[in-house]
Design a protein around this ligand. Structure first.
Ligand code: ZN
Length: 402
């Protein structure tokens, strides 16, 4: 993706972070990170800066460094509204995002594409980028044809750096626009070509509701056209057991499926850790599973006749809580658990430099306490959250002593 990053504070161009172990997300055996200009420059053991170099040294020797989380489904400008104007969900803040260990977000619109617009979503994405994290967006909303920035999803993908795909397009849901198969095929095709022209993945991210069809429209597109199944990523697949079984089929055919960290599970929904372990148990490779929060979307409850009977706002905190439960489940490696909120998301969306800790990648990482709570959050080489480094103003950092 073209450079659109600010270089930040030149006094922190070089930072050495000493920790217990670096997970890249695979265990590296390293305990030291050298950060330079917002990137990871070197990962090694027991590195020491040469005498006199302007290096900020951070000593957190009992903390593990893991890749910053990527949340691929976030209603940055607030979703909801299904119960009238008073049920519109609020916009998110940087603090809410980083508190959940998230250093990269992908924003989107949902049911409301009238009072919510891709223009304001793009402005929010740029604001978060200026505040220090990395932010991208899907263009569109539930309905087909989708709302756009420039008049077509293809043009948006080609002309707007921040646009990584189309979504969330609703299928099998009473709130969808009941798109026809032809409309869906055409939309996926346009996104794919827009992605090809701009060097992006150009995927379509599908909101899947409780409807009878479930994932069948997407399976049909994969069967009836030459479009690869990987161009379509369904989300909320743990909404109910029936959909989860379809997700197993979908992933075994080569697709990637996104699980939602439901903060307030309904009677039918399967919790994210349980859903992921169920799919893995059925033979789905970890690499085809991602986890997202759906935060600041609404969690409306409807009665059997479709009448709205309740409404809550989804929180991004659910992502870290569900991730922690997954990571501490028996038989789950830290590497696999980190992949569903990191490397897998980066691969599916084509986010270069994201989802790992390795030389050349963006310096987005978390320092986790031994009990796997968050101690510090770093994004593009800068500390954004936590008990910020006493070492950063210490003897080894003359450049900071202004
Ligand atoms: Zn959704």
């Amino acid at each position: 993706m073209p450079a659109r990053r600010s270089t930040g504070d030149p006094s922190s161009l070089l930072t050495l972070v000493r920790c217990r172990q670096v997970w890249g997300p695979a265990p590296t055996g390293a305990d030291t990170l050298l950060l330079a200009g917002g990137k990871v420059a070197f990962v090694g053991r027991d590195l020491r800066p040469p005498e006199g170099w302007p290096v900020t040294v951070v000593e957190e020797v009992d903390a593990d460094a893991v890749p910053g989380f990527i949340d691929g489904h976030v209603h940055l400008t607030g979703g909801g509204g299904e119960g009238g104007f008073a049920t519109r969900c609020p916009e998110m803040t940087l603090e809410q995002i980083t508190a959940a260990g998230v250093t990269t977000v992908v924003g989107l619109l949902g049911t409301d594409d009238v009072t919510r617009h891709p223009d304001s979503l793009l402005a929010k994405v740029r604001a978060l980028e200026a505040q220090g994290i990395s932010a991208y967006m899907y263009v569109g909303a539930y309905a087909v044809p989708p709302v756009t920035l420039t008049g077509s999803v293809k043009r948006d993908l080609v002309l707007i750096d921040e646009v990584v795909g189309v979504g969330e397009i609703a299928i099998s849901d009473h709130r969808s626009s009941q798109p026809t198969m032809e409309e869906l095929k055409r939309l996926v095709a346009l996104a794919r070509v827009g992605g090809m022209l701009s060097g992006k993945r150009g995927i379509v991210h599908f909101h899947v509701g409780d409807g009878k069809e479930g994932l069948r429209p997407l399976l049909r597109i994969a069967e009836e056209t030459e479009i690869p199944i990987g161009q379509m990523v369904p989300t909320h697949v743990n909404r109910n057991g029936r959909l989860l079984d379809q997700a197993v089929t979908y992933a075994l055919r080569g697709g990637t499926v996104d699980v939602t960290a439901f903060e307030f599970p309904s009677g039918e929904s399967v919790s994210a850790p349980e859903a992921i372990l169920y799919m893995v148990g059925k033979g789905v490779p970890w690499s085809r599973i991602t986890l997202s929060s759906d935060s600041n979307g609404s969690l409306p409850e409807f009665d059997p006749s479709g009448r709205l009977v309740g409404m809550r706002v989804a929180s991004i905190d659910a992502l870290f809580a569900d991730w922690k439960r997954l990571a501490s489940s028996p038989g789950v490696s830290l590497e696999d658990a980190l992949g569903v909120v990191g490397a897998n998301v980066a691969r599916v969306l084509g986010l270069e430099g994201k989802g790992g800790i390795a030389p050349g990648m963006d310096a987005d990482f978390l320092l986790l306490n031994p009990d796997r709570t968050i101690r510090q959050v770093w994004a593009r080489g800068r500390p954004l959250r936590g008990n910020l480094p006493p070492a950063a103003t210490g003897s080894q950092s003359p450049a900071r002593g202004r």
